[in-house]
Design a protein around this ligand. Structure first.
Ligand SMILES: Cc1ncc(C[n+]2csc(CCOP(=O)(O)OP(=O)(O)O)c2C)c(N)n1
Length: 583
């Protein structure tokens, strides 16, 4: 008679699942393989962690990443060699984008390792450490578990991941995973606000002096605000100072974009003129959780001086280039808020000029902000719905269709650039991977993030090229109570690459999928499949999609092969020397 996992004494894998559950993990992504099957029986038996099978381990990694962005931590479990190497691109992406997750790779038993047997999923050379070594390049902490170190190593890796907001990796021989685990006290979770008191005091003095000579304060916020759990602290600073503020592309929606003072997306020469001049000329510019990547800065066309101003990083704050290590982002924001609030009335730091304009309208996405937008809006009314779709119209209409409970997933390509500069309603969320920029990320990321917060509706924006990498996971999505709106941008290939190089080159073309037939082919139940070639068709499709909350919706939109969204057009106009996309 065999014993079921739930009846036996706790095993190392049970303990690990308990640890993950204590961190809020309720879903474990992955794929089976013969090395991990018995371990998966323990996952199925666990009372609080649910197994979510994907159809490719790359999908598991992207899903765990999406999950962690919403939930604070994520995890995936794969099989030795083939499975874990499929996942490694996604784990690397989590590192680049500072997402804390754990990759658990279950391998052959220690006896197999000791014998050096030529078992499957090895390179046939008896070396069982190769894939752990590969992972060491893309994680902040890793361990090979043995019976005598397993529990301590699990805690070390988990706390490092949490402290650094980065992925970790455990290589676990199957017999170790199934071996006994002794009880252990709860995990010591690092406090994101714990600061070095002396450095904090020195930062306070330096920041006070800098704000005293401020001429035009503005704030630029980015995704590290989210990773450092500092949204509330940033919102408090913005409310206290009423500073004009903008976001970088990865930081979209870290602030409520419907609030007065929100300028829009800052992306160097790709930005709208008003955003660009306010941020570039701020004195000082307060940067919260900012990473100045190529995509974020319009290929480094930002004109503010990164060595000047008040820069708040994850663990180090800087004032005009002077570093205060041990001052985490949330604590530094609290200091600035306190300084701004503590000023006598009438002595608030001077905000940048844009803030003295009329406050932003409540739903600004519906109002034209530039002459070009005004022309588009007018054309839309006057010329009617029969006009063929353009990228400009597409993103304006998608932006206007968004609701506070929507989470937008924008994959790399024209979709990301198109939606990024639309102003979102308050409460709406944004998920993208602009630094690692691995196309196809958003389909599994949507699966993960929607399972993490099923109260929201996912709106996936993705090009036909990117979708071909991970489309099978749309079938996985529909195995769960997740009903997204998928806007598939069909421009017949890799347009973002075409405008970089090879406008008519065959390497920028892809097979023409019959996208409308795909949901059914992937097993999606009762999908609502729509298509749009004109403005009117798009408007109607978006309206139907928004109201069909209980259905998986696919809208295939057709735009020209060479058409690009407004930020890319601005880049060409403002900096033709930098308009090509290769660094
Ligand atoms: C995994 C991976 N392979 C290749 C690339 C290079 N790449 C970046 S964007 C892109 C094309 C995206 O095309 P599509 O999704 O159709 O969007 P479009 O720009 O055409 O709207 C490619 C191939 C990448 N970023 N990631």
């Amino acid at each position: 008679m065999t014993t079921s996992p739930s009846e036996a004494a706790p095993a190392v894998i049970d303990h690990l699942l308990d640890r993950l559950s204590a961190l809020g993990v309720r879903h474990l992504f992955g794929m089976p393989g013969d090395y991990n099957l018995k371990v998966l029986d323990h996952v199925l038996a666990h009372p609080r962690v649910q197994w979510v099978g994907t159809v490719n381990e790359l999908g598991s990694a992207y899903a765990a990443d999406g999950y962690a962005r919403v939930n604070g931590f994520g995890a995936l479990l794969t099989t030795f060699g083939v499975g874990e190497l499929n996942a490694i691109n996604g784990v690397a992406g989590a590192y680049a984008e500072r997402v804390p997750l754990l990759h658990i790779a279950i391998g052959p038993t220690r006896a197999t390792e000791r014998a050096g047997s030529l078992v499957h999923h090895t390179l046939g050379d008896g070396d069982f450490e190769r894939f752990a070594r590969a992972h060491r390049q893309v994680v902040c902490a890793d361990a090979v578990l043995r019976p005598d170190n397993a529990l301590a190593e699990i805690d070390r890796v988990l706390t490092t991941c949490l402290r650094e907001s980065l992925p970790g990796y455990l290589r676990v021989p199957r017999d170790v995973a199934l071996g006994p685990a002794a009880p252990r006290p709860a995990l010591d979770v690092p406090d994101p606000k714990a600061a070095d008191p002396e450095q904090l005091a020195a930062f306070r003095d330096a920041a006070r002096d800098r704000l005293a000579t401020a001429r035009a304060v503005a704030v630029l916020a980015d995704f590290l605000v989210d990773r450092c759990h500092a949204r509330a602290e940033l919102a408090a600073l913005l409310a206290a100072g009423r500073f004009p503020h903008a976001v970088l592309i990865a930081g979209k929606t870290v602030v409520d974009e419907s609030r007065p003072g929100f300028l829009g997306l800052y992306a160097g020469a790709m930005s709208d003129d008003r955003v660009r001049s306010t941020i570039d000329r701020a004195d000082p510019l307060i940067r919260a959780g900012v990473l100045l990547t190529d995509m974020a800065t319009g290929k480094f066309t930002h004109e503010f001086d990164p060595d000047k101003g008040i820069d708040l990083g994850p663990t180090t704050a800087r004032v005009d280039g002077v570093a205060f290590p041990g001052v985490p982002l949330a604590a530094a924001l609290d200091v600035l808020t306190e300084l701004v609030r503590g000023r006598p009335p009438g002595e608030a730091p001077v905000t940048a000029p844009a803030d003295r304009r009329a406050p932003a309208p409540a739903r600004p996405a519906e109002f034209p902000t530039t002459l070009k937008d005004a022309v588009v809006a007018l054309g839309r009314k006057v010329c009617g719905p029969g006009i063929p779709l353009t990228q400009s119209y597409l993103w304006q209409a998608v932006g206007e269709s968004l609701r506070p409970h929507h989470t937008v997933y924008a994959d790399n390509g024209t979709a990301l650039m198109g939606i990024a500069d639309r102003r979102f309603p308050g409460g709406a969320r944004f998920v993208a991977q602009p630094l690692w920029a691995s196309i196809g990320y958003c389909i599994p990321a949507l699966l993960g993030a929607q399972l993490a917060d099923p109260s929201r509706r996912g709106v996936l924006l993705i090009g036909d090229g990117s979708a071909q990498l991970t489309a099978p996971e749309l079938g996985t999505v529909d195995r769960h109570p997740v009903k997204p709106i998928v806007v598939l941008v069909n421009n017949d290939g890799y347009t973002i690459e075409r405008i970089t190089h090879g406008l008519r080159a065959p390497y920028n073309e892809v097979a023409r999928w019959r996208w409308a037939a795909l949901p059914a082919a992937l097993g999606v139940r009762n999908p609502l499949v729509l298509s749009a070639r004109t403005r009117g068709q798009l408007d109607r499709a978006l309206a139907r999609a928004t109201s069909a909350t209980d259905r998986f919706v696919l809208i295939e939109v057709f735009v020209g092969k060479d058409d690009v969204p407004p930020p890319l057009k601005r880049m060409t106009a403002n900096r033709p020397d930098r308009a090509k996309w290769v660094p």
